[in-house]
Design a protein around this ligand. Structure first.
Ligand SMILES: [Zn+2]
Length: 310
C-alpha cells in the first residue's frame, strides 16, 4: 500500500524504526520525500530524513535525533546562545569600558534582542514544521518569516542610531520610517494569506524593499558626513557593503537550492542550502553587531562636528 493516510502513518510513527537504532529514539521515524504530506514538500532535492505527523511533544524530542532539520534547528539554537552571551558580555564589560550612556544600553539591547527573537522563531519553525497538523506547521512558518523581519529591525535600529548620531532630526525620521515599514511587513507576515502562492510575488517584493531601503539612509549619511574623502565614511562603508554582500549571498543560497540541486539525495543531513542560509544569517547579524559597535566606539571617542547640531 504505497498511499498512506495520516492515520496509518501516525500509527507507524509510534512503532520502532530500525535505520538509525542509536540516533532515533523509539516513537519517531523518518520519511522519504514521497511519504511526507504535501505541505512539507518544498525541496525535492532533499530526498530523505523527514520527520512528519508528529505531536508537539515528539517535535520537541526530535531535536535530539539526526533528521534533515537537525542542522537547521541547532545552527539557530546556537546562534541564539551566541547573541544572548554577546548581550551579557557587552552589557557587563564592553559598554562600561567605552563610557556608554543609558541610550547605548537600550539600543544595544534592542539590536541583540531582535537577533535572539529571530533565532528562536526559526528554531520554533524547524522544530514544529513536522507537526501532524498542517495549521500548526503553517503558523510556525509565518512566525519564522516574521522573525526574519524582526532580525532586520535589529540591524536597522543600531545602524541608523549610530550613523545619524549627530543629527537628531534625520535619526528620528529614519527610525520612525523603518519601524513603520517593519511593523507593516510583520503584520502582513502573520496574515493567513501571506504564505499562499498568490502572494509569492508580494512576499519577494516586500522583502526586497525592506532590505533595499537601507541604501537610502546609507547614501544620505555618506553625503552629510563629507563624502568618500571622510575617514569615517571610508571606514564604515566597506562594513555596510560587507553586510549587503552576506545578505545577497544568503538569499542566493535560499532561493537557488544550491548545492543540493546538483547532488540530490546526498546532502539530506549536512550541507544543504538552507543550512548555509542559516549560517550566513548568524554571520550577518554578528558582522552587523560588530560594525555598530565600531561606530558606537567612534562616537564616544570623537565629538560630533559642530555644524551638524543645527
Ligand atoms: Zn530556516
Amino acid at each position: 500500500m504505497p498511499q498512506k493516510s495520516p492515520q496509518t502513518a501516525h500509527y507507524i510513527e509510534l512503532g520502532g524504526y530500525q535505520y538509525w537504532p542509536v540516533l532515533v529514539p523509539r516513537g519517531i521515524r523518518l520519511y522519504t520525500y514521497e511519504q511526507i504530506p504535501a505541505f512539507l514538500r518544498e525541496n525535492p532535492y532533499i530526498t530523505d530524513g523527514y520527520r512528519a505527523y508528529l505531536p508537539s511533544r515528539l517535535c520537541v524530542k526530535s531535536i535530539f535525533i539526526l533528521s534533515n532539520e537537525t542542522g537547521n534547528i541547532w545552527s539557530h539554537l546556537l546562534g541564539f546562545l551566541l547573541f544572548f552571551c554577546l548581550g551579557v558580555y557587552n552589557m557587563a564589560s564592553v559598554l562600561p569600558a567605552v563610557g556608554a550612556s543609558r541610550e547605548d544600553y537600550v539600543i544595544y539591547g534592542i539590536g541583540l534582542f531582535c537577533f535572539q527573537v529571530c533565532m528562536l522563531c526559526s528554531v520554533g519553525y524547524h522544530m514544529f514544521c513536522c507537526h501532524r497538523s498542517e495549521k500548526t506547521s503553517r503558523r510556525w512558518m509565518a512566525l519564522d518569516y516574521a522573525g526574519v523581519s524582526i532580525g532586520v529591525l535589529g540591524c536597522y535600529v543600531p545602524g541608523v542610531f549610530y550613523t545619524f548620531y549627530c543629527n537628531d532630526y534625520w535619526r528620528q525620521v529614519y527610525l520612525v520610517t523603518v519601524l513603520a515599514m517593519i511593523l507593516a511587513v510583520f503584520f502582513a507576515q502573520i496574515h493567513p494569506q501571506y504564505l499562499s502562492t498568490a502572494w509569492k510575488r508580494l512576499r519577494s517584493l516586500t522583502f526586497g524593499l525592506v532590505a533595499g531601503y537601507g541604501l537610502v539612509p546609507t547614501v544620505h549619511w555618506i553625503c552629510i558626513t563629507g563624502g568618500f574623502s571622510s575617514e569615517l565614511v571610508q571606514a564604515f562603508v566597506p562594513r555596510v557593503l560587507g553586510m549587503y554582500l552576506i545578505a545577497a549571498l544568503a538569499l542566493v543560497f535560499y532561493v537557488s537550492k544550491v548545492p543540493e540541486r546538483y547532488f540530490p539525495g546526498q546532502l539530506n543531513y549536512l550541507g544543504s542550502s538552507h543550512q548555509v542560509w542559516h549560517l550566513l544569517l548568524v554571520l550577518l547579524f554578528y558582522w552587523w553587531h560588530q560594525s555598530s559597535s565600531f561606530l558606537m566606539a567612534y562616537r564616544h571617542s570623537q565629538p560630533c562636528p559642530a555644524p551638524q547640531h543645527t
